[in-house]
Design a protein around this ligand. Structure first.
Ligand code: NAG
Ligand code: NAG
Ligand code: NAG
Ligand code: NAG
Ligand code: NAG
Ligand code: NAG
Ligand code: NAG
Ligand code: NAG
Length: 831
């Protein structure tokens, strides 16, 4: 009996333990009521099981913390006791008698508390589907406290990064000290300059080291990466009169992201789709991005040497320091402004009114003030105020002006805004420019996404070895990222191609006469020529000036010499003599597609039948590259200007300077991202990952361009969308996609309308953000030919902007995340 009883007893104990743990699990749910607590490995789980709240220990640490994580503990989005760790395995998270959420250790010492005064006697905490932990008064349902208002280092969608204009109270994100120590680190981020809000990053909470530039309703105008459309989903909103907030959100609820400020002070963005990781983006900062690198009235340009220069009309305050590249003292005006001269009493010296010098594509200085006037009044108002030193006008912000020292200016290649600086009239003679002179916009956009880590380097080496092994096995003329020039320069590779004599080519092109120039290819000018036998040719000549072109030239030789397809441009031969390197192609009388579809007159020549023929031809050419040729090739630079048209308007894909031969890898990682902004898929632009799906993405962009007659990149910052894709997607969702169609074709073809809409639909499928969800070219062709009748619904397409805060508020499933440690040099060409 006793034994039995004991048996029962121990069973009961076990059962009890089991029950308790079962209860623990069930009670885990997403809420914690005043009678409950969390200890050990228990967790609260958000309704959709995506977020968990519980105890965790960082890698390489023995300290324990209570935190909230997304999917798993490596994606922490919030920590309660970051500065008061638990040193042992004790610790209970519960709701105290006064209704506060508290964390106590074994000695009942309160390590952390929500610390709300005047709380109710009973309260309930809920881990919401957004990842927000919310403490509510049981009797009134009022929110007492929420984790979104007390962030750590990570921002997730729907979180409001807010700041109060009146009280100065603001949300501050603070980095971890190290990767294994979540205590408050050196770096922080907050929303500042609330009249024209921008994000600041700080060291030690006091010294700014980076700023985004003011928000213009779409982007931060001092962050060129944003104007490429690769960073989207941000919005600035207002709560009443006092509070400004920044938030991050996606149109598609399956999209999620986490933005983190790393212990190194960099920004890391992780993107997820359907709770699966899809993209990582590291934002490194260049030396010019560093706040105030060039001092007051100095401007920074990464492309020049030295990087710092004084603004026109200014000179170094301390020439000796400046020449030692110590720019901290900045610059001073050479000639006093009229107001200053008047102030000094020399009336006669007043002279003519000051003028403005226009500096194009600038990051505007810090401490902007706003003036509520139209564009044409912005300058005159500035001139009328003696303390106004510069102004700028952005359609989304309006008139901005500056009265303090101009600090943290940067010259961008593209992006940025025009900044007008005030100078004495006499300065314009010495500058040699008419007032209002604008710097020419550069054509190339270089985005440096930086950061090196051992991991990346090892990965690159592995990738290199893998590719090399493949080359050796194939004995083929392919190349690795680093070695391709040497690989392909072996003369043997060129033996297979007919060689043209330099004299013959020179004669054919009338000595490369300017009048024979057809345009500019990837690595040099292209000339039209006529061979003695009457054949017309196009000659691509490697310009001797550019060293980089050699690689592309060799690459093109290798790739194109092996290919033959009616939708690929045909290489007739090459010419290599001394310094001269040329490729000789069949001549395409109708030049390139962009000359037609984007030209108001020429596009009339392309009816729907011709356009569809072009779309289909490009698809066939691409399919041949991806699947049917002896080699598998990714083009990497598919765009309208690389599609040539023969006499019958048949499309031929050209320019293989950036193409890559691959061998069935799912995707290849490259350190050097080269391509054309607007056509690059997000995973390629951000992570350097390319696959045949990157070409599919470019194809989708091209398809939408052909149908709409609009360039994907022609949309300006102040337009409704940043890109054709965003614009088209909005129309699609509004049910007015018909208005996307180029009026030149929509007028004539009411019976083809369904066909056109079907093609647009296919275009959307090709530009979906997640590479895996894009169709292959085989599928695309089947869809175009209606062999596949039912088209799937396109999901989140890349680069869609959200603008209305109302829709922001209604979407609950958004997040941002970050990651670090990735060195990518992105080079994007605006050819
Ligand atoms: C999640 O919330 C929905 C709607 O409130 C509810 O119907 C569902 O039962 C909840 N699921 C879980 C697992 O609690
Ligand atoms: C946690 O999730 C990340 C993706 O965000 C993934 O890379 C990592 O492998 C996961 N870790 C574990 C232990 O599952
Ligand atoms: C709780 O809040 C009070 C003021 O409301 C503050 O003085 C105190 O330091 C806070 N305690 C903790 C542990 O944060
Ligand atoms: C933990 O330590 C190992 C070995 O020293 C190291 O490789 C790893 O990066 C560390 N992890 C973190 C998060 O610091
Ligand atoms: C600022 O932070 C650095 C580490 O980045 C630290 O070494 C330095 O002492 C801090 N300076 C101040 C003034 O707190
Ligand atoms: C640069 O000049 C400033 C101002 O004269 C001085 O304080 C600073 O120490 C100098 N920095 C260096 C690196 O020489
Ligand atoms: C104003 O006059 C003073 C003394 O005459 C001179 O030192 C100063 O440089 C003048 N300022 C300007 C802006 O001309
Ligand atoms: C000139 O600008 C300053 C700084 O914004 C302002 O305080 C002052 O009132 C302005 N003066 C005039 C005459 O508008």
């Amino acid at each position: 009996m006793t034994v039995n009883i004991m048996g029962w007893g121990s069973h009961a104990c076990l059962l009890n333990a089991l029950l308790i743990s079962l209860l623990g699990l069930t009670s885990a749910g997403d809420t914690l009521t005043s009678s409950q607590s969390i200890t050990g490995s228990q967790t609260l789980t958000s309704n959709d099981s995506v977020f968990k709240l519980g105890f965790f220990t960082p890698q390489n640490s023995t300290h324990r913390y209570v935190g909230i994580w997304y999917l798993n503990q490596s994606n922490l989005v919030w920590i309660a006791n970051r500065d008061q760790p638990l040193l042992d395995s004790s610790g209970v998270l519960t709701i105290s008698k006064d209704g506060n959420l508290v964390l106590v250790d074994a000695k009942k010492t309160v390590l952390w508390s929500s610390n709300v005064s005047n709380t109710a006697t009973t309260a309930t905490a809920q881990l919401q589907r957004s990842g927000n932990l919310v403490l509510k008064d049981d009797s009134t349902g009022q929110t007492l406290w929420e984790s979104f208002k007390h962030p750590c280092d990570a921002a997730v969608p729907t979180m409001r990064i807010s700041a109060n204009r009146v009280t100065g109270e603001k949300l501050r994100f603070v980095s971890w000290k190290t990767a294994s120590d979540p205590s408050s680190g050196y770096y922080s981020a907050s929303l500042e300059r609330l009249d024209a809000p921008e994000v600041f990053l700080w060291v030690n909470g006091t010294r700014p080291y980076w700023r985004t530039g003011p928000w213009n309703g779409r982007i931060f105008i001092g962050t060129p990466l944003m104007s490429t459309g690769y960073l989207y989903g941000w919005n600035v909103g207002y709560e009443g009169e006092e509070t400004v907030y920044l938030t991050y959100s996606f149109a598609d609820p399956s999209s999620f992201g986490i933005l983190t400020l790393t212990p190194q002070g960099k920004l890391k963005l992780l993107r997820y789709y359907n709770n699966k990781y899809v993209l990582k983006m590291d934002l490194g900062f260049s030396v010019c991005d560093a706040y105030g690198t060039c001092g007051a009235f100095g401007t920074c340009n990464e492309k020049s040497s030295p990087i710092c220069s004084c603004l026109s009309g200014y000179e170094p305050r301390n020439g000796e320091e400046w020449s030692r590249k110590n720019w901290s003292s900045g610059c001073v005006r050479k000639v006093a402004l009229k107001c200053e001269r008047l102030k000094n009493g020399s009336q006669s010296e007043g002279g003519r009114e000051d003028e403005f010098l226009k500096l194009g594509t600038m990051k505007v200085p810090d401490f902007a003030q706003r003036l509520d006037v139209e564009e044409d009044k912005c300058g005159t108002q500035c001139l009328q105020n003696c303390s106004c030193l510069a102004y700028a006008y952005d359609a989304g912000i309006g008139c901005l002006y500056w009265t303090e020292d101009l600090i943290d200016l940067q010259k961008f290649e593209t992006a940025g805004v025009d900044l007008y600086i005030r100078l004495a009239y006499s300065e314009f003679q010495s500058i040699g420019d008419a007032p209002g002179h604008a710097n020419k916009r550069g054509k190339r956009l270089i985005i440096g996404i930086t950061v090196a880590t051992a991991g990346t380097i090892i990965f690159v080496i592995c990738a290199y070895l893998a590719i090399r092994t493949f080359h050796l096995r194939k004995g083929n003329a392919t190349h690795s990222e680093n070695q391709r020039v040497t690989d392909v320069q072996k003369p043997a590779k060129l033996d297979e191609l007919p060689l043209f004599d330099f004299k013959v080519v020179a004669n054919a092109t009338n000595d490369f006469h300017l009048a024979n120039t057809l345009g500019k290819g990837g690595f040099g000018p292209v000339y039209k020529g006529l061979l003695p036998d009457g054949q017309e040719i196009a000659v691509k000549r490697l310009s001797k000036a550019s060293g980089q072109g050699v690689e592309e030239f060799m690459n093109e030789v290798v790739v194109i010499s092996k290919l033959q397809h009616r939708n690929l441009v045909k290489l007739l031969g090459c010419c290599i003599e001394g310094d001269e390197k040329m490729l000789i192609y069949e001549f395409m009388p109708n030049k390139s597609l962009d000359a037609f579809i984007f030209d108001p007159l020429q596009r009339k020549l392309l009816d729907w039948k011709k356009r569809f023929n072009i779309i289909e031809g490009i698809a066939r050419g691409l399919l041949y590259l991806h699947r049917d040729s002896r080699l598998k090739i990714i083009h990497r630079d598919l765009k309208a200007s690389n599609i040539l048209l023969d006499a019958e308007m048949n499309p031929k894909i050209s320019d293989f300077g950036l193409a890559r031969i691959y061998k069935g890898e799912d995707e290849i990682n490259t350190k050097r991202v080269v391509g054309t902004y607007g056509y690059m898929s997000p995973e390629y632009a951000m992570e350097g990952l390319f696959s045949e799906k990157s070409d599919v993405y470019s194809f989708g962009v091209l398809l939408l361009e052909i149908i709409s007659g609009k360039r994907n990149t022609s949309f300006r910052n102040d337009d409704q969308s940043l890109s054709l894709i965003g614009y088209a997607w909005n129309l699609w969702n509004e049910g007015s996609i018909r208005s996307l169609v180029d009026p030149e074709i929509s007028a004539s073809v009411s019976d083809s309308e369904d066909h056109i809409l079907r093609c647009i639909h296919i275009g959307f499928l090709c530009v979906q953000e997640v590479a895996k969800t894009r169709p292959t070219m085989t599928t695309v062709l089947s869809m175009l030919n209606s062999e596949i009748s039912h088209l799937p619904t396109p999901r989140q397409v890349a680069f869609v902007q959200k603008y209305h805060s109302s829709s922001l508020e209604s979407s609950s499933q958004e997040n941002q995340c970050n990651s670090n440690n990735h060195v990518t040099l992105t080079e994007i060409r605006g050819r």
